[in-house]
Design a protein around this ligand. Structure first.
Ligand code: ACM
Length: 729
């Protein structure tokens, strides 16, 4: 590893440090048991095994059902426009596709003869806006469904709920009789897509906008510029996109197309132009606006880089006034994001002219210099009728109060901003590029229960955004890094705060995940495609088995373990493996139930045996498969580990079933092999090891079962099998 690369690794880790401490903090938020029971009781009442995601604000199940047949039709009452008609047409297409029923595209002319009546009062904002009324009510009885909304956007939200209510049984499709009254908890519910580290064609953005609408997200945060790419056409400064993008940029017509597509779905489009740091790609064309002479090249690595705009020269502001003015005309949203993150000011420190400027103006450090820059930018944005938003780092005593803070450092930082009078949104806890399970994002609340905010301060917390940073995603893999986990974040931002049952969230998440495929999302289908490509074969079975119980390493360890650049293919096993393995979750839950059944050990025993047999068979067949496919070489140690895991599990099961404890050497040997298997390889890690350790320890602890209650014994086994607390990165 070169010195330079080592430094970059450290820098990549820096982002992780803040986020890691946050995640540790949020993991304590999991509710104590009595509270959890109360919440579950309430949810049993409200969601009652419906597959709604996000869970509506209020819901009452009635008796009866509305049959859904091919005579289904829709009438519109009161207000209508193209956006509403298009929303209904999309709903009809999706529901027809799901039910395989040919439905008439014609709207019913007679309200009393319609199965669904959509009653809407007005268009809503011409440009989707913060705080727009998104509420709706939906009442379904055994004859008719009635969706009532003040605005078309509310009606669109309600149509998504309608689609999620569809169920089927031997009598056909139907919707349950129900009364729903719904509105969001937070007005700002976003998804950031970084199209700069890796370019994403507009088809990718469109299908993700469809998915956002399906889970009621309403802000597409378009992270358009970075060290690694400048992705928007500028007619004023065409060298920006021609020299800074490898030819991979959005034309202004394409930008308008995306904005219209998002508007059709009630989604705001907020652009981000990250300055003064993260700006290498701008300086390829215009080194004169940088703080060092250049020349500059498009950055190919990952990390934090030194180039930063020169905040001391009038030329810089003149340029930004023209460029941001052009973008203000292109993007109709009220907000413009100026980034502001991770500028370490190294170029500023080394530039004598900048140092002289600071001295002359009494600017005491780089943070203050950036605040000076931000104030200048704020004036430019105000002139172009935009409100400013930026990352935590823009917070400074000199920052005017109408700026909005997007917090990636944690809820404490957001609360601090709210106390100082700033509006803010939370992204810490919603960093989906950390490849963490949905359950961890789900517990991160923009206003944690222990936040000591007055009601007025709490109101300044507008919501949150999931962030899809683009270092390790391609058009083929990005959907699987966003979905389905982001639906859990969407629920956190829409649903009442007491909707917190993780098991029920996962149950609904897997249903919603399949529905997202109706919209063309590739998070499921590309899994098989990537595995087929890796094996050069249709028969991916054994590799699929392996891939189903490993996950990409968490935080930002991937880069350290398997260094790549922005030019590297994202087609390895790590790119196929999912961030939140459903198979592993099922296995782990079966082991829980099996051990809780001590001393009988019958519950789920055959399921576990079957699964472990399958792992063993797969590990045998993987060797020859890897021999055939050089691209899979890096999976060989994982295949060997799989064999060890399966053997340990099967032997432990057999001891437990027979009630005879193994010799001490057996346990030591198995645990040592599991420790070896627990070490990540190819930037992948098994997520079933702790459960198999529990089985091994349970077998060796069988004699203790005679002298304690099964519950005490189980607790002892679980404690002994727990991995040591992870070291802080
Ligand atoms: C960030 O993650 N640097 C906003």
């Amino acid at each position: 590893m070169s010195g330079e690369m080592k430094v970059k690794h450290l820098r990549v880790m820096k982002r992780a440090n803040y986020l890691y401490s946050l995640l540790i903090a949020t993991s304590f938020l999991s509710l104590p048991l009595p509270t959890q029971n109360r919440v579950m009781a309430q949810q049993a009442m409200t969601s009652d095994h419906l597959d709604l995601m996000p869970v509506p604000a209020s819901l009452q199940i009635q008796t009866g059902r509305l049959p859904f047949t091919r005579s289904f039709n829709v009438a519109i009452k009161n207000y209508t426009d193209d956006r509403l008609r298009a929303g209904i047409a999309r709903m009809l297409t999706r529901i027809a596709g799901r039910t395989v029923l040919t439905l008439s595209p014609e709207l019913a002319t007679d309200e009393s003869a319609a199965i669904l009546v959509v009653q809407c009062e007005r268009a809503g904002e011409i440009i989707p806006s913060l705080g727009e009324n998104e509420s709706y009510s939906l009442e379904i009885n055994d004859k008719q469904a009635r969706l009532v909304a003040p605005t078309v956007v509310g009606a669109l939200r309600g149509l998504e709920t309608f689609l999620q209510l569809l169920q089927g049984d031997r009598d056909g499709y139907y919707l349950p009789a129900i009364k729903i009254q719904d509105q969001p908890r937070f007005p700002w519910r976003g998804l950031l897509i970084d199209v700069a580290r890796h370019y994403e064609p507009i088809e990718v953005l469109k299908r993700n906008l469809d998915a956002m609408a399906a889970v009621k997200l309403n802000v597409f945060h378009w992270h358009l510029t970075e060290d690694q790419g400048f992705r928007v056409e500028s007619k004023k400064f065409p060298r920006l996109h021609t020299l800074g993008s490898d030819g991979l940029f959005y034309t202004q017509d394409q930008v308008r197309e995306i904005i219209a597509y998002a508007r059709d779905r009630g989604i705001r489009v907020m652009p981000e132009f990250d300055i003064p740091g993260h700006s290498t790609s701008w300086l390829v064309a215009y080194p004169e606006f940088g703080s060092a002479p250049g020349p500059y090249k498009i950055e190919r690595g990952a990390g934090i880089f030194e180039p930063a705009l020169d905040p001391t020269r009038e030329q810089t502001y003149k340029f930004l006034d023209t460029f941001l003015g052009e973008m203000a005309g292109l993007f109709p949203d009220a907000y413009m994001h100026i980034g502001g993150d991770e500028n370490e000011g190294k170029q500023w420190d080394r530039n004598p002219q900048i140092q002289a400027f600071m001295k002359e103006k009494g600017i005491k450090d780089n943070h203050a210099l950036q605040a000076y820059f931000n104030q200048r930018i704020l004036k430019i944005l105000q002139k172009h009728h935009k409100k400013m938003i930026g990352w935590d780092e823009i917070l400074h005593p000199d920052l005017p109060q109408d700026a909005v803070i997007q917090s990636w450092r944690g809820p404490a930082s957001l609360a601090e901003a709210a106390k100082k009078g700033y509006n803010g949104i939370l992204s810490a806890g919603y960093y989906i590029d950390l490849v963490l399970p949905a359950s961890q994002h789900y517990v991160a609340d923009p206003i944690p229960a222990d936040a000591s905010l007055t009601p007025e301060e709490a109101k300044r917390i507008l919501g949150g955004e999931a962030t899809m940073w683009g270092e390790w995603v391609s058009p083929e893999t990005i959907d699987s890094r966003i979905w389905p986990r982001t639906a859990a974040i969407a629920e956190r931002l829409w649903s009442p705060r007491n909707v917190t049952d993780i098991e029920d969230m996962y149950r609904r998440l897997s249903v919603i995940s399949r529905q997202l495929e109706e919209l063309g999302l590739t998070h499921e289908k590309n899994y098989g495609m990537l595995l087929r490509r890796l094996t050069a074969s249709e028969n991916t079975g054994p590799l699929r088995t392996l891939a189903s119980i490993v996950e990409p390493v968490k935080q930002y360890r991937r880069y350290q373990m398997r260094p790549q650049t922005m030019l590297s293919p994202l087609t390895g096993l790590v790119d196929a493996a999912r961030p939140d393995s459903e198979t592993a979750r099922q296995f782990n839950s079966n082991v829980d139930a099996f051990l809780a059944d001590a001393p009988r050990f019958t519950l789920f025993r055959s399921d576990l045996e079957h699964t472990l047999d399958e792992w063993q068979a797969a590990s045998r067949r993987l060797g020859p498969m890897i021999d055939q496919s050089p691209a899979l070489q890096e999976a060989r140690p994982l295949a060997n580990n799989l064999s060890a895991i399966a053997e340990a599990g099967l032997e432990a099961l057999s001891y437990l079933s027979s009630g005879s404890a193994p010799a001490a050497e057996w346990s030591q040997k198995q645990l040592a092999r599991l420790d070896e298997a627990a070490k990540p390889k190819a930037a992948l890690e098994f997520v079933v090891i702790t459960s198999v350790r529990r089985l091994v320890i349970a077998a060796s602890e069988l004699p203790q079962l005679r002298s304690m209650t099964p519950a005490e014994w189980n607790k002892r086994v679980t404690t002994m099998a727990s991995p040591p607390a992870p070291a802080k990165p």
